[in-house]
Ligand binder design. Sequence first.
Ligand code: ATP
Ligand code: MG
Length: 418
Amino acid sequence: MTFSCMTLRTGSSSKQSIKTLLKQYAYQEIRLPIVEKTELFKRSIGDNTDIVSKEMYSFDDRNETSLTLRPEGTAGCVRAGIEHGLFHNQTQRLWYIGPMFRHERPQKGRQRQFHQIGVEAFGFNGPDIDAEQILMCARLWKTLNLTDIRLEINSLGTSESRANYRKVLVDYFSSHKDQLDDDSLVRLEQNPLRILDSKNPAMQTLISASPTLDEYLDTESAEHFAGLKQILNGAGIEYKINPRLVRGLDYYGKTVFEWITDQLGAQGTVCAGGRYDGLVEHHGATATPAVGFAMGLERLLELTDFSQMPDTQSPHAYLLLSGDLAMARGMLLAEQLRDQLPGLRILSHCGGGSLKSQFKKADKSGAQLALVLGEDELAQNEMTIKFLRSDVPQTVVKWSEIADFLGSTLSIKANSNK
Ligand code: ATP
Ligand code: MG
């Protein structure tokens, strides 16, 4: 099986940017199980979707209940929200992060275990929250310095408008049945709108000439869509209306959107979302409007230039220790520094070896400073400090002054309790 593997360093710095952003919008984290009952996904995502019909990892447990490794987060979020009364007389702004599993053909940007960060808001009817989530994405692209990424939006209307549109679409595709691939023939019977979501290049000409939904849009959805566009226009967010944009999951209505890049070849959708007002009620709870999106972390990492981002992973300082006495004392000094400067990332050398070999490791670690504690320094209650990334001459600092020195050199705040 090909599963994704992202380096912790790149993965965590972009995850950090996203988590900071989610806090800026006051969204709260929800931790969801990785395994749920298969029935949940069938009911939420829809039988005729790629996910349910061919991509799920399902198995029976000891009670012969069919379970599935989650292929996406929305279904579990809705299930948890209903079970714990999160939608009762209150609104929710939630986010989650974690691995998702789909049995797809592995290729660049498409893994069988990949990671999503998803956002879901419950209890909001208006287009303001749809816009908030789009603005959130736009802010994230800015933070990550991503410029080649564009927004496409559409409205899928209410189920009534989709039903009217569905008839026209069935007529159109039925009259071109000879040009439909096997998947589309099945979809024509079961869920014709999803033909528009086909990834088959051979189908694209036929799809691009198909009738669009906008003519069948109900007044309420049209007003909602106009409201969304108005906020996006006011915020200076560029977008393209793609009247054939549908989502691969069945439960979407009204707003749908995708953020797409040309830099990732065929797997260009980095983030996708929309409104799913009917899903909570579909699971037997009081009707609750909802809107959300999910972004693929591997695709996002592929796009991000980490050299442009602040390094929040490398140690600030690498502590070199020469001799047994220095080792014991150095460990304690490092502990004191962690007390005094909680923001300091200090890596104490372990495993002995010559100072020369320790310097090599210090350099490789990405640390800005080497703190050297050898016999001479030990005898004088001092450390030698070398600047590894600049020409500043080395200096010697008393132990009692090291915290102040590091605090001001590295701009790290001291712990006021110490
Ligand atoms: P696609 O059209 O690329 O198959 P999708 O419509 O199936 O995507 P969603 O279910 O909306 O995707 O998932 C949201 C995002 O998760 C996608 O835009 C993409 O960035 C990411 N994603 C989905 N499937 C995979 C996968 N197999 N590997 C890596 N990332 C994925
Ligand atoms: Mg897919």
